[in-house]
Structure formats: C-alpha cells, structure tokens
Design a protein around this ligand. Structure first.
Ligand SMILES: Cc1cc2nc3c(=O)[nH]c(=O)nc-3n(C[C@H](O)[C@H](O)[C@H](O)COP(=O)(O)O)c2cc1C
Length: 141
C-alpha cells in the first residue's frame, strides 16, 4: 500500500522539522522539506499531506501561510492532490492557534488531520502516524 508523503515547512527553530524527522525515522514515511528550493519546484503526481507551523503572532493582518508553503501551493496539481493538513502551533497564540492549518483547511476544503504544539511529544508522533496509516488505507480503497 502506498504511503502518502508529507511535505513540511519549518523555520530556523526547526520544531516542525523535528516532528517530521521523528515521523520519518519511526515509520519510514517520506517527508520532504519545502525549505529546499528543488522540493518547492516539484509538481506532485500522487496524494500528499502538508505539515505547516503558524506564524500569525496575534496579528490579523499577518500573512498566514509560510511563504515556501504558498509557493508550493501555487501549482494547480499540488493544490488538487493535497488531501490533508497537519499543524504545528503554540496554544499561547490563543484564537490564532493553528491559524495556518485551519485557514488553509477552510479555504481548500481539505481536513486538518492532526495538530500538535511545538515539536510534539512521542505520543503525538504515534497518533499522527496512525492517522496517516488510516489515510493510506482509505486512499487504497
Ligand atoms: C513570531 C511567531 C509567531 C507565531 N504565531 C503563531 C500563531 O499565530 N499560531 C500558532 O499556533 N503558533 C504560532 N507560533 C508558534 C509556532 O507555530 C510553533 O512554535 C511552531 O512549532 C514553529 O515551528 P518551526 O520551528 O518549525 O518554525 C508562532 C511563533 C513565532 C516565533
């Protein structure tokens, strides 16, 4: 059964990146870093999942999606084949918690599959891995 790849963006603090690397190391699932320009230029040919942090910082006017994520989503093929969204955030940001993942979900009609804070816990990695396995099974049907 095919494993849906995860494309992620992580800033210099690399919290989201640490979660992505744990997910890959524990499950063998492919993860791709959108900080890499060559990755950003790709057009996917199969379903994929986005993992993104939020940088709304309590400012309603702040751009919600990180620029590398926006760049990847400029491709119509990439937009069409996006099947779900995972968010990394911080509850200290209150009403803007997971703003990027949630606003993209509302705009695209794709579900938020999983949310965690910072780089997540080992339990978060396990829970997310299970959800992605269920997604693989659903797509195979
Ligand atoms: C300037 C700044 C703004 C942030 N704004 C939000 C926000 O609006 N909502 C949220 O849930 N988390 C927010 N966060 C928390 C980050 O999304 C969270 O720490 C994430 O794990 C960072 O991932 P990264 O280290 O991979 O970039 C913000 C963090 C910073 C530094």
């Amino acid at each position: 059964m095919a494993s849906v790849p995860v494309y992620y963006y992580s800033s210099v603090s690399n919290l989201t990146g640490r979660f992505a690397e744990h997910l890959a190391a524990q499950t063998g699932r492919e993860v791709h870093n959108l900080a890499d320009a060559a990755v950003r230029r790709r057009e996917v040919e199969a379903p994929w999942v986005l993992l993104t942090p939020s940088y709304k910082a309590g400012n309603a006017d702040e751009v919600t999606l990180p620029a590398p994520v926006k760049a990847f989503l400029r491709s119509p093929a990439n937009r069409r084949r996006l099947v779900g969204i995972i968010g990394s955030g911080n509850r200290n940001f209150g009403e803007y918690y997971q703003a990027a993942a949630r606003e993209l979900a509302a705009a695209s009609g794709r579900p938020v599959l999983f949310e965690f804070e910072l780089s997540g816990t080992p339990e978060d990695v396990d829970a997310c891995a299970r959800i992605l396995d269920e997604l693989d099974a659903a797509l195979a049907r």
